[in-house]
Every structure is written in C-alpha cells, then in structure tokens.
Write a protein that binds this ligand. Sequence first.
Ligand SMILES: Nc1ncnc2c1ncn2[C@@H]1O[C@H](COP(=O)(O)OP(=O)(O)OP(=O)(O)O)[C@@H](O)[C@H]1O
Ligand SMILES: [Mg+2]
Length: 161
Amino acid sequence: MFTVQTSSPEETRKIGEAIGRLLAPGDVVGLMGDLGTGKTVFAQGVAKGIGARGPVTSPTFTLIHEHTGRIPLYHVDVYRLRTPADVEAIGIEDYIYGDGIVVLEWADQVLSILPDERLDVMIERQDMSEDDNLRKISISPHGERYRDMLKELKAIACRRD
Ligand SMILES: Nc1ncnc2c1ncn2[C@@H]1O[C@H](COP(=O)(O)OP(=O)(O)OP(=O)(O)O)[C@@H](O)[C@H]1O
Ligand SMILES: [Mg+2]
C-alpha cells in the first residue's frame, strides 16, 4: 500500500493525475471514502492524466459519465444503487471488462462485482486535525499489473521530492 497526505483539492487532483498517466485500456480504479472526502476531485485528476475530454462532474444522479480522449473514461458513482444487483442492472460489466478505463466511486458497496485485479483508492478525512482540508489517500494495488503501477508511482513521487 502507498499512503499520501494532501492538504488541498489541487494536491488530491495531482495524485489522481499521476495515476491517470499510468493507466491503460481495461484498467479499473475503485474509489472509497465517506461523503465529500474527494472521490470526484480525485477522478478529475485521473481524467486529466488520461487526457479525457469534458468537465468531470459528480455522476451521483446520472450514475455514469463517459469521456472520450486517448482512452475512453467511464466515471461511475454507485452511491444510489447500493446493491451489486442494482449495479449489474446498469450493465456495469460491459464497461469493466471493456477497453476503456473505469473509475468507480463508492466501490466498497459493490466489491463482489469488481474484478479481482484493480487499484483501490481510499480517501479519509483527518478528523483529529484542525485543518478541514487534510486527506489521507491510501492506494492499494490488487494484482501484478497494479503492483507494478504503484512501484512506478512511488518512483515518480520520490523523484519529485
Ligand atoms: N485535500 C483535499 N482533497 C480533496 N478534496 C478536498 C480536500 N480538501 C478539501 N476538499 C474539498 O472536499 C470536497 C470533496 O468533494 P468531492 O465531490 O470530490 O467528494 P466525493 O467524495 O466525491 O463526495 P460524494 O461522496 O458526494 O461523491 C470538495 O469540496 C473539495 O474542495
Ligand atoms: Mg463524488
């Protein structure tokens, strides 16, 4: 696991962007964390890193936003769906096992329908802190491909320091 702390939406976007640059067709990123922690902000960064077109807004009501670009990006929010069966009903598997990149908010609600190989990103508020803008971002790779990706991400992070 790789953990970073951010102190602004811009910083969270930057982490998302660095990951977006490393993503390839077929990749799946599961975003987790409470309401308003920054999942959509993170997805905005990923979209920038991928080179996706169009503004990245919350798909809470629309469930799924498609963005064209170097690689198609499917930005999904399953908050209102709750159960894996509801999510299957919107045809999520076609996206997950397709050639685009899927970034899914509230992934922890539907773990059973997600592929075993994926990148999980958990965003948490730092409740003990005075600063409302602090977030802990924990990135967990599942599978060889994502472990390699994380190594690359760490190398990039080290070069920046
Ligand atoms: N370090 C930070 N990283 C990300 N967002 C931050 C940070 N500090 C403050 N914020 C603010 O937190 C909010 C995050 O909103 P965002 O819509 O991305 O959350 P979300 O997790 O997608 O919420 P929801 O559960 O409703 O989908 C924004 O208002 C953003 O400005
Ligand atoms: Mg959101």
